[in-house]
Design a protein around this ligand. Structure first.
Ligand SMILES: [Zn+2]
Ligand SMILES: [Zn+2]
Length: 342
């Protein structure tokens, strides 16, 4: 039984773990539904190779990855520069930035979980290039790369892809992580995330996979039932700092986690996956450690973790599952994707 508050050192907030209420592990239930059989190419998919998008632009006949500027950006270079000043204490500013889409594969019916490790390495190189290119621009202070996967997080097009929001501001969570990491470094001389890795390895119960240079774990302070972090073991402020061997190890770690996620309920596993990287605002980010976070919204097959009173109303998460149990569930999953064993 786990019934306590746990401190989230990266967000500086408490997570209430109240796993005593439904203290039974998941019973092996899987999603009983026919998965739709998707074609490898779809002429009306705006992400498939050779398709003409709404904007009139035609996608390349790409063979691996494909990057393009979002046709409906929420931040863009065309955003109005001259704004009326709002009343009183209110403030506004232009919503400038660059929004892009990265297709992982020409194949419409694949997911990140089904890509070969070599293909993930290739994708990670694209992420490196994008972070460096966009981050080096004067007006870009942060590059947020993220994938939303699954209809429960609002994605109707299954074509494997992620998005990039390169903005003039630093997203709130990253700003907090950067601030607390900087303070930790100043106070202790150590990288905060390294201390997290040390604590995870000392305990060991929440580590899902590790190889030479990469590690996957479900953190002590997880807010979502199956929240997982993937990180290089050595200090790297961004994905751009990973060397060849580290890229391969990281890709392998990502693959293992994603396969386990899908195997859990033998169904495509939805998530929000942000890359957390050092801001590109010219600040001192020697305390920042690159990692990918997975925030899966489901607690059980078809059962959403609703954000309600505590989370939306109060701002702290209430988790009714034990991170140790959930990590054990994931660790126990096979490392071969269920679609390959049918
Ligand atoms: Zn497609
Ligand atoms: Zn983070």
């Amino acid at each position: 039984m786990t019934w306590e508050e746990r401190w989230h050192p990266l967000r500086e907030e408490w997570v209430i773990v109240a796993a005593h209420r439904q203290n039974r592990p998941w019973n092996g239930e899987t999603v009983e539904r026919e998965e739709p059989v998707l074609p490898g190419h779809l002429n009306d998919c705006y992400l498939c190779p050779g398709v003409t998008r709404v904007s009139g632009k035609r996608n390349d006949d790409y063979k691996s990855t494909f990057v393009f500027d979002n046709d409906h950006p929420c931040v863009g270079l065309d955003a109005p520069r001259h704004l009326d000043a709002p009343a009183g204490i209110y403030r506004n500013r232009p919503a400038t930035g660059v929004a892009r889409v990265v297709c992982y594969s020409p194949r419409h019916n694949l997911t990140l979980a089904e890509l070969e490790t070599a293909e993930i390495v290739n994708l990670m190189r694209v992420w490196q290039e994008q972070y460096v290119e966009l981050g080096s621009r004067e007006e870009i202070n942060h590059v947020l790369i993220f994938e939303n996967k699954g209809e429960v997080v609002g994605v109707s097009n299954p074509h494997p892809h992620c998005q990039i929001y390169a903005t003039n501001f630093v997203f709130k969570t990253i700003e907090t992580e950067a601030r607390v990491s900087e303070r930790h470094l100043a106070e202790t001389g150590r990288v905060l995330f390294q201390d997290i890795l040390k604590a995870e390895r000392e305990d060991g119960r929440r580590i899902i996979f590790e190889n030479e240079s990469a590690i996957v774990f479900l953190p002590y302070f997880a807010r979502y039932a199956y929240e997982a972090f993937v990180a290089p073991k050595a200090w790297r402020p961004s994905i751009a700092a990973l060397g060849e061997a580290e890229l391969r190890d990281f890709a392998e770690a990502l693959n293992r986690l994603l396969v386990k996620f899908d195997n859990l309920w033998r169904a495509p596993f939805p998530y929000v996956m942000p890359l957390h990287q050092a801001p590109t605002d010219g600040g001192d980010h020697r305390g920042f450690h690159f990692h990918i976070e997975f925030h899966p919204p489901l607690r059980r097959p078809n059962l959403l973790k609703y954000l309600a009173g505590p989370e939306i109303g109060g701002g702290n998460f209430l988790s009714d599952t034990s991170p140790e149990e959930k990590a054990a569930e994931l660790r126990a999953q096979p490392e071969v994707h269920y679609k390959q064993t049918r």
